[in-house]
Ligand binder design. Structure first.
Ligand code: FEO
Length: 396
C-alpha cells in the first residue's frame, strides 16, 4: 500500500495489520484487523505524527521514502507511548537521529523505558505550538484518553485533529476515510473500541471534549491512530463519544451466563423469553462460548445486565469470574443488574456474582433467583416471570 495524501501535503504513512486478531495481548479481539496510522506533514519543516507497531517499521519507512528521504524529518510527534504507535521509533530514529521528538513528559518517560533511545526530547503542554512553515501544530494534553501520557495534535490551518487513540476503530481496510466503508461495520467497530478501551474513562473524556469545544477550534477532519479517518461530519463521532461518556443507555438487557450442565442456560433462556415478550431488546451470551469483546460492546448501551452461573466449588464458574473481573475494570455506571444460577448441593455462585457486581459499583436488583439441579416447569415459569419483572424495572 502506497502513502495516501489525506490533505494537500499531509500523507497517511501508516500500516494495515490485516491479520491482527488479538489486540493488547488477548484483552481485545480484532476480527477485522487494525491499522496503525501515522501522518507525514510536508512543509518548510517536515513532521511525522506518530509511528506504527514495531513489526511494521519498514513499511512506515518505505512509505516515508516515497515522499521524502527520512533524514529530512525535523520533528517526530509522539502523541502516545504505547508500542502500537511508538514501536517503529527505534528503526526510524536511526534514519533521522537529529529529529526532535515532541511529546508529553510522561510520554518521554515511557519512550525512554521502552527503547532507551538517546533522542532529543522536547516536552510540550497544552496549547504549545510548533511552526512548520505555512502550518503550525498545536498540542493538547489528553491524560487518560487513554493513558496518562496521551495527547492530541491539531493543525489549525488544515482544521485537522490527530487525537491518536481517541475516535479510533480496529478496522483494516484498503479505504482510508470513514465515509467510504460499510457504515454498520464502522459503527460496530467504533462502539467496540470505546466499550473495551475507553468505557472507564468517560468522565475524563467528556471533560476533555468540553475543553476542546471551549477552545473553539474548527475541525473538518479527525485522523485517529487506528482505522478510518473521519472526513464527512467529523463531529458526529465526537457527539457519539459524549453520549457514551455520559453512560447514556437504551432499554436493553444483556444476559451473560456460564452453565455447567445446562440448568443455568435453561434459566437464561426463559428469562430472555420474558424480557422479549415485554418488548425489551435482549441479548443472550454464554461467556464460555462467546467473544468477550462483543459482549462488552453490547453492554455499552444496555441499561440492564443479568449475570448467571452454575455453582462450582461454592463459587461461580471460572469463565464468568474472568468476565466479571474485566467488566469490573470498565466501571459501568447507571446500570441495574441481577444475579441468577443453578446449584447442586451447596450454592455460592449467585452470592459471589452479587458481591462482584456491588464491588463494581453496579446496582443489584434483588432478590436473585436460583434453581437446584435442573429447574422444573414451575421454576422455569418463575424465571420467565423474573425476566418480565426485570424488564419492567428497565422500562421504568
Ligand atoms: Fe493504540 Fe493506546 O494504543
Amino acid at each position: 500500500m502506497k502513502p495516501f495524501e489525506i490533505k494537500k501535503g499531509i500523507y497517511w504513512v501508516g500500516a494495515i495489520d490485516w491479520n491482527m486478531r488479538n489486540f493488547h495481548g488477548h484483552t481485545y479481539t480484532t476480527k477485522r484487523g487494525t491499522t496503525y496510522n501515522a501522518y507525514l506533514i510536508v512543509d518548510e519543516k517536515i513532521a511525522l505524527v506518530d509511528t506504527v507497531y514495531g513489526p511494521f517499521a519498514q513499511e512506515l519507512i518505505e512509505k516515508i521514502k516515497a515522499i521524502v528521504p527520512p533524514e529530512k524529518i525535523d520533528y517526530v510527534i509522539a502523541n502516545h507511548v504505547e508500542t502500537d504507535h511508538s514501536g517503529a521509533m527505534p528503526e526510524l530514529m536511526k534514519l533521522c537521529p537529529k529529529a526532535k521528538v515532541y511529546c508529553t513528559q510522561k510520554c518521554k518517560e515511557g519512550l525512554f523505558r521502552y527503547y532507551y533511545g538517546n533522542w532529543d526530547f522536547q516536552i510540550v503542554k497544552t496549547l504549545d505550538k510548533l511552526k512548520l512553515g505555512k502550518r503550525t501544530l498545536s498540542f493538547i494534553e489528553a491524560p487518560m484518553i487513554h493513558w496518562p501520557d496521551s495527547m492530541f495534535t491539531y493543525c489549525a490551518e488544515e482544521e485537522l485533529l490527530m487525537p491518536n487513540d481517541a475516535f479510533g476503530q480496529h478496522y483494516a481496510t484498503s479505504e482510508r476515510f470513514a465515509d467510504e466503508v460499510d457504515q454498520c461495520a464502522l459503527a460496530d467497530e467504533a462502539a467496540k473500541y470505546y466499550a473495551n478501551i475507553l468505557w472507564p474513562l468517560g468522565s475524563m473524556i467528556s471533560r476533555k471534549i468540553e475543553e476542546v469545544v471551549k477552545m473553539n477550534i474548527p475541525i473538518n477532519m479527525i485522523a485517529p491512530s487506528h482505522g478510518l479517518i473521519w472526513r464527512k461530519d467529523p463531529l458526529k463521532i465526537v457527539n457519539t463519544y459524549m453520549e457514551w461518556a455520559k453512560n447514556q443507555t437504551q432499554p436493553k438487557i444483556v444476559i451473560a451466563y456460564e452453565s455447567m450442565w445446562g440448568a443455568t442456560e435453561k434459566m437464561a433462556r426463559k428469562m430472555a423469553e420474558g424480557i422479549a415478550d415485554s418488548g425489551i431488546d435482549v441479548k443472550v451470551y454464554d461467556v464460555a462460548q462467546s467473544d468477550r469483546t462483543e459482549i462488552i460492546k453490547d453492554m455499552l448501551d444496555a441499561k440492564g445486565f443479568m449475570i448467571g452461573s452454575s455453582t462450582h466449588d461454592n463459587d461461580m464458574l471460572p469463565n464468568m469470574a474472568g468476565f466479571l473481573e474485566f467488566l469490573k475494570g470498565l466501571k459501568p455506571k447507571n446500570r441495574l443488574a441481577s444475579a441468577f444460577g443453578s446449584y447442586g448441593w451447596a450454592g455460592g455462585a449467585v452470592a459471589s456474582i452479587e458481591k462482584v457486581l456491588k464491588e463494581s459499583g453496579i446496582e443489584v436488583s434483588g432478590p436473585s433467583i436460583s434453581a437446584r439441579f435442573m429447574p422444573d416447569d414451575k421454576e422455569l415459569k418463575a424465571c420467565y416471570d423474573y425476566g418480565v419483572d426485570f424488564a419492567a424495572k428497565i422500562k421504568a
